[in-house]
Design a protein around this ligand. Sequence first.
Ligand SMILES: [Fe+2]
Ligand SMILES: [Fe+2]
Ligand SMILES: [Fe+2]
Length: 422
Amino acid sequence: MLLFSISPVNLMHTLAMALDLAVDGVSLHQKRVAIMCSYIAEKMSIKLHEEQALLSAALMHDIGAASFSDERKRISDPKLTGSNPMVIFVHAENGYILLKDSEPFSFIAETIRHHHDNWSGGNPSGLSGDQIPLHSRIIHLADRVDINIDKNKPILACRSDLKKLIEANRGRNFDPMVVDAFMECSEKESFWLDLTIPDYVNSFKNRMNLGGTPYNMADLVKIAELFATLIDRMSRFTATHSRSVSGVAVFLAQVHGFSESELHLVKISGLLHDLGKLSIPNKILEKPGPLDPQEQMTVRQHTFFTYRILSQIEQMETVAGWAAFHHETLDGKGYPFKIDASDLSIGSRIMAVADIFVALTENRPYRQKLPQHTVEKIMMSMVDNNKITASVVHNLLTNYKTAEQIVLSQENWTQPATVTEV
Ligand SMILES: [Fe+2]
Ligand SMILES: [Fe+2]
Ligand SMILES: [Fe+2]
């Protein structure tokens, strides 16, 4: 197995972008919350390795809502307009359910579960005061500050109202000790201005890199599986899409003679190939008819985001290319980079073929899965039109039953449960 060693917080710092994706780009909510948490932790003299756990949780805190665009909209509304106040706890519980058994992330599951718990109680968890994990109390305050920032004003013009809002909820929503730390550090203009460029805060990044047990390849596979779950649960039509593409791509890579360690990278690439789909509203993915031109453009953004996110992760350059170029075509007319045959590696070509095969053999909102002769006809015409690679398609079609079995075997896999109320 290849020697991989990636700093956990650094990896989460990049993956947080995927969780904050929206149609118009990246919202950076979780990064800003993490920066505020880092200031507050310093003020509260929290030890470095504890701070790293806090920042990891801050960077992932809304993971339970990542697959559901309407819910993300709802929880970013400072007033939770018109809804039951208990809805805010739903994504916290779903984040907990998702992470508690996922070994590389299980250490932040409890923190995420309680990140909306109010200090004075009345929470579904039944906890109050210092029974609520300290990290959750810090994230709660930072989260409310960020959600209440008026994005139409210069950030320094928001400072006084936000401080009043937090002070007014001292001892009710927020731990008085955390409020004190926030009041002190937010005196500095730089506290606020750092939130406007969250990627450039070097002291934050440097502190994140120190110590901690790095993630290895086995951890990365588990993390990729977790993100595949987030992507695939966006629509019932794609419940196992990423896992199937990954399985078919690994099979084709084996046939093409990839090494054992390369196969691990193919597996990760397949699981993450549609990572950028987290930017697409669920209603587009579920639309029971053809997409209009604007919706098509929105869908086409996804591989761009997959590439830009994955290529920021250290040692993942190969994965980024294999994963993200699956809608590029040999004639250079694919998207979004218009890469042609001369720059498309065999890993990317395999991913494109695996993705098309799996898509054609899955049900879609507007059609049932297609029979073998139709799949063969479509794929051969794409070869004839210089879209996908003949040798890869040949290896797939001569092993059709095996590939079909890989897709079918995923149907036994069940998504982790999702609660709709607490
Ligand atoms: Fe939240
Ligand atoms: Fe895709
Ligand atoms: Fe796909």
